[in-house]
Ligand binder design. Structure first.
Ligand code: NI
Length: 195
């Protein structure tokens, strides 16, 4: 009986897994962010490499898109490609300042922002080259600080009012995920549309 029940639960889990595979969640093309229980020098250097690669990867992801393609939502009811490109430096400017606060202050509380409201501001309709250039400059400075972090600095605490107590390690791994996440919104749209 216990065996039959166990098998039934496994079967249901597999059915859910299959249905999720059949209808991928377009919001999370690489899955949602989870900080691994064990972060290591290898996961940190992989994360910093992902952040360093983002400006070039974003440029490649949007290469050759027309104005009307840039103004296409990456999913129904989602941001347009242009809004995604402008959102990433909005987010990463905050990330850069959060990192600097965490390594220069004692357990600072950082400031969340309303990303949906930011995405409606007039600068979100600028040509994407403006944000691609901003990413080049920002990531050059950000990765300079990231690459010099010491093991002690990865453990430095900060408070995100919506998440709670986190560390620099969380920031580094989160923004690596965030870089890949938004590039995938655009590359998956291009795959689906055959662009
Ligand atoms: Ni984002």
């Amino acid at each position: 009986m216990a065996f039959a029940l166990g098998f039934g639960v496994w079967d249901l889990g597999f059915a859910l897994y299959k249905s999720r595979m059949a209808t991928p969640d377009l919001r999370y093309p690489i899955g949602e962010f989870r900080l691994s229980a064990t972060t290591t020098p290898a996961t940190r250097s992989d994360a910093i490499a992902a952040i360093a690669a983002l400006p070039e990867q974003m440029r490649a992801a949007v290469s050759g898109l027309s104005e009307s393609q840039l103004d296409t939502p990456y999913r129904p009811d989602g941001w347009t490609v242009r809004q995604v490109v402008h959102h990433v430096p909005d987010s990463h400017l905050n990330a850069y300042i959060r990192l600097k606060l965490a390594i220069t202050e004692n357990n600072p509380t950082i400031k969340p922002y309303d990303q949906e409201a930011f995405a409606q501001l007039p600068d979100q309709r600028l040509p994407i080259d403006v944000s691609l250039s901003l990413l080049d400059a920002l990531h050059a400075r950000w990765t300079t600080v990231l690459r010099a972090l010491t093991p002690d600095q990865y453990a430095r605490p900060l408070v995100h009012p919506e998440i709670g107590q986190i560390t620099v390690d969380y920031l580094v791994h989160h923004y690596a995920w965030h870089s890949r996440h938004h590039v995938a919104h655009i590359t998956r749209l291009r795959e689906r549309e055959g662009w």
